[in-house]
Write a protein that binds this ligand. Structure first.
Ligand SMILES: Nc1ncnc2c1ncn2[C@@H]1O[C@H](COP(=O)(O)OP(=O)(O)OP(=O)(O)O)[C@@H](O)[C@H]1O
Ligand SMILES: [Mg+2]
Length: 253
């Protein structure tokens, strides 16, 4: 059995009367690529934010490398150094150049000198298929696919142990989505990182997941490998991968 990198137990989170997470239990093993699937608004982003300490859960436990992070400032600070993140929608700073975005953590957290940080940014940009002349552009001058690459470069530049991907392929054409999926797999494997991805793109799931977990009504209702996902008769998973309006998952309109 591989070691457990992230262990989530009995996690609850609500906003006002809205119960979003209601008892999430999930383990992510060291070095594996876990993908959480689930419909819009089921709490996938909330789950990631709880793990990152950006949201405080109402109840439950999240351990990273065996260390409890819920309610512990010190542990949170410690784990932030181990994490990289590709945000849903990119979240690049338009006031900064591409390279400054990529090197943000090197400049802000590691106080690296600008020349060295820029060289490092250009090196990582190359890894994601972007030429050095992109470095001095503004993110707003890039296409959506290029912005995703920049976001990916920013996520991996610190060589994190854990990388989070929130909807990495949303808004991309199927070919560019596949290119980004390949880059995600390559960069994660290159670093030996543990990755936690959330998506509703089934092509992406098939490409990057070692293991899949499905979130529904605040709980993980199913988990298994991609092979198991294709064979399962679980009605939630079947409905989701077939993209059908008929089944146990009811969409509130
Ligand atoms: N900071 C917040 N304050 C209040 N409600 C929130 C907050 N963040 C999330 N929510 C609510 O929690 C629910 C889950 O949101 P979340 O963003 O996690 O969904 P999601 O599964 O990531 O959806 P999508 O696939 O569309 O990105 C939504 O109903 C949302 O309105
Ligand atoms: Mg989301």
């Amino acid at each position: 059995m591989a070691e457990v990198k992230i262990s989530i137990r009995n996690l609850y989170k609500s906003f006002g009367k809205k119960q979003v997470l209601s008892g999430v239990n999930l383990d992510v093993r060291t070095g594996e690529s876990l993908v959480v699937i689930g419909g819009s608004g089921t709490g996938k982003s909330v789950l990631i934010k709880c793990i990152q300490g950006l949201l405080v859960p109402d109840m439950g436990s999240i351990k990273i490398d065996g260390e409890e992070v819920v309610g512990s400032r010190r542990s949170l600070k410690n784990i932030h150094g181990k994490m990289g993140m590709l945000f849903q929608g990119g979240a690049l700073f338009d006031s900064l150049s591409v390279w400054e975005n990529v090197a943000f953590s090197l400049l802000e957290n590691q106080n690296m000198n600008r020349n060295k940080a820029k060289m490092e940014a250009i090196r990582v940009l190359r890894q994601v298929g972007l030429a050095p002349d992109v470095a001095d552009l503004s993110p707003s001058e890039l296409s959506g696919g290029m912005q995703k690459r920049v976001g990916l470069a920013r996520a991996v530049i610190t060589k994190p142990e854990i990388i989070f991907f929130d909807e990495p392929t949303t808004g991309l054409d199927p070919i560019m989505a596949d290119v980004i999926n390949d880059l995600i797999v390559e960069s994660a494997k290159g670093l030996g990182a543990t990755t936690f991805t959330i998506t509703h793109d089934m092509a992406s799931v098939r490409k990057i997941a070692d293991r899949v977990a499905m979130l529904y009504k605040g709980k993980i209702v199913w988990q298994g490998t991609v092979k198991e996902m294709d064979k399962t008769e679980d009605p939630y998973v079947r409905q989701f991968i077939n993209g059908s309006s008929q089944g146990p998952i009811k969409v509130e309109i």
